[in-house]
Design a protein around this ligand. Sequence first.
Ligand code: PRP
Length: 214
Amino acid sequence: MEQDVLKVAMPKGRIYKQASKLFREAGLAIPEEIDESRKLIVPVPELNMEFILAKPVDVPTYVEYGVADIGVVGKDVLMEEDLDVYELLDLNIARCRMSVIGLPNWKPVIHPRVATKYPNVASKYFRERGQQVEVIKLNGSIELAPLIGLADRIVDMVETGQTLRENGLAEMEEMFPITSRLIANRVSYRMKNERIQQLCDLLQTHISKAQQQA
Ligand code: PRP
């Protein structure tokens, strides 16, 4: 039955690899052809599922509007956006951190400019610490900002630290650890509860096992 199909929004790009690996290891046989394909909607009738490949930052929007029942999204996106979705599970993948970054010789100024993809998170973080900053929203390559004098500091994600090293930048404060989460649309969670719960159980069992082995 059409309404039984579970629609899953997956992030394209670097998180996809880790998310699809996790789903497969948990026993959900996502066909390998999705990995190389440019298709954006991939039905998997054997699993009674449909995968929607979306830009990571857009995944919660598809879930919030209910065109996807569940989705995989970074905690950074969930912290930045005010979303009406359920956060079901920490998938423990795409582990990285959100940090304050700057040039190593940075000298404090009264109203520093902070460039970031996460203006809401950054504003709240500095406000809570009583620091007055001017937040500048950028959409990518944030590390450029302190290098060319647009900002005194940046708030951005650090995974391996390679981007910082290659650009001579220093991590000044670790703000939050970040991992990917499984989220659900509120109505789907009620209407397809059994299927979503089954999927959560499969993933959780695998995540716990992997954590024990680590
Ligand atoms: C992210 C992030 C850093 C980099 C960190 O950028 O914004 O720039 O990865 O990873 P590393 O510590 O392993 O070097 P992304 O590649 O997503 O592109 P963006 O600059 O367009 O945000």
